[in-house]
Write a new protein. Structure first.
Length: 174
């Protein structure tokens, strides 16, 4: 499992006192209000930085990071990705998972056959779309909806899919 999650990308300095404008990779910007620190990935290591203040508007988060006190210091960070560690990440409701925890799981059919390995999750519609690499039929894509996906078990590394419903909704790309 991943210990750090991408939080957002620094777009630019905001003002003259070292505040950053962040394109957040979350749909709940209120999460920024409780962060005490964030991380930068530098030379393979995650380096913590204290968050002095945070505010949000309808689309962006604005953070003031300790040690970055002027526009020039923040300008050097433009394009950088900020991370949050798992311990401080948003708590998920029962039955919800982080995408990075699902990628790589084995996808099994309810009739016992192995479908393949989950390679990606597309989020651009009413339901997530699971992208599974199969040995026999190439790439299989299907909506991750109740009735199709019957079980997700991160601990055992398995996603179970109803074989009959899958054939009704799956799209294959060979």
């Amino acid at each position: 499992m991943t210990d750090y999650f991408e939080l957002g990308r620094i777009l630019k300095p905001q003002g003259l006192r070292g505040e950053i404008k962040l394109d957040a990779f979350t749909d709940d910007l209120s999460r920024f209000s409780y962060l005490s620190h964030v991380f930068f990935l530098s030379e393979g290591d995650y380096k913590p930085v204290e968050v002095e203040s945070a505010r949000v508007d309808a689309r962006y988060a604005y953070l003031k990071l300790k040690g970055y006190d002027d526009r020039d210091a923040v300008e050097a960070l433009r394009g950088s990705v900020l991370y949050v560690d798992r311990a401080n990440a948003a708590k998920l409701p029962e039955g919800a998972y982080y995408i990075c925890d699902l990628i790589g799981l084995s996808v099994l059919l309810t009739d016992g056959q192995v479908l393949g390995t989950l390679k990606d999750i597309l989020q651009n519609g009413a339901a997530d779309v699971y992208v599974v690499h199969t040995e026999e039929r190439g790439v299989c894509m299907f909506p991750a909806i109740p009735g199709v996906v019957v079980e997700k078990d991160v601990d055992t590394g398995v996603i179970r899919v109803d074989a009959q419903r899958l054939e009704e909704v799956a799209v294959y790309d060979i």
